[in-house]
Design a protein around this ligand. Sequence first.
Ligand SMILES: [Zn+2]
Length: 337
Amino acid sequence: MARFPAFRRLTWLVLWIVLGLGADTALAGLAKSPGKGFTRIDELGRSYGLQASGPGPGRQLHLRSRWTTLSFEAGSREAAWNGIRLFLGEPVLASGNALYLSPTDHTAVIRPLLDPLAVPAPGALEFIVIDPGHGGSDPGTGSRQLQEKTFTLDVARRLQQDLVQRGYRVMLTRTSDVRLARTQVTDLRRRIELANRADADLFISIHFNSLPGNPTVSGIETYALTPAGQSSTAMSPRDRTVYPGNRQDHWNAVLSAAIHRKLLAELGAVDRGLKRARFAVLRPSECPAVLIEAGFLSNPAEARKISTPSYRQVIAEAIGEGIDDYGARLREAAAVE
Ligand SMILES: [Zn+2]
């Protein structure tokens, strides 16, 4: 074959096309040249004291220190932080033998994990507003017997008790089975307005999930507001609006990671990932905010667990621990300033 270099080149070309077509469509990110501000992931890792290995044949790159492992894959929006699923706004780009991260994925998704103190703290953590999702004529998801609105209020009350014991002041957006306004839009607005007017240091909205038609899906999703200019995890249309909540992009990421980590550790539930969405209750938040989907009521096994008070207590305590970890980061940041 060496005598026919043109033929060999053609063979490689055909092989490359066939492999390319067979691969995940996410690999569309391959071979593009990184744009302005894109960061070489191995160099980024080294700047934080992490050792890089890869990308190997699977196009995966791992950054490791004694405490942290971050894994990236060419063409993929999914990364992993100490084994926890993490969604980027844009696919990791491959160019030459290096992988690259978009500027916002660097500053608003990865840096908060590697260097939580990189951005000044938004103030001490003293006053927390908990938002039990839905209520009144809006039952949320679930069945007639197992209604989301009932479980969100119960977890909120348990979390309130946990946080008060930890020394925080706490307010709930609702303390009974009521709706806060007539329409869903105004109801959601009222919830975050309550937190903003009360000058909350942290807003936490509690929900349960469902995926009608797919009862096998279960697990925990923790959402922070999508960073400004970035795509949400569910790939909603690109929105370049900078919402008030985007002032906290860094600390939103620190907060959601701390809570998601504890929920997974304490519940042993399926990890559906640290995700980003422009939820109506997160957009206007003036303080760091998070929305938790603490399990699927459409999954019979998980719904049974959620209907058990002791399981809901574990959910509440895990969130409490996550909030306490976040509070510790804030105190460290204040000490550095
Ligand atoms: Zn809900």
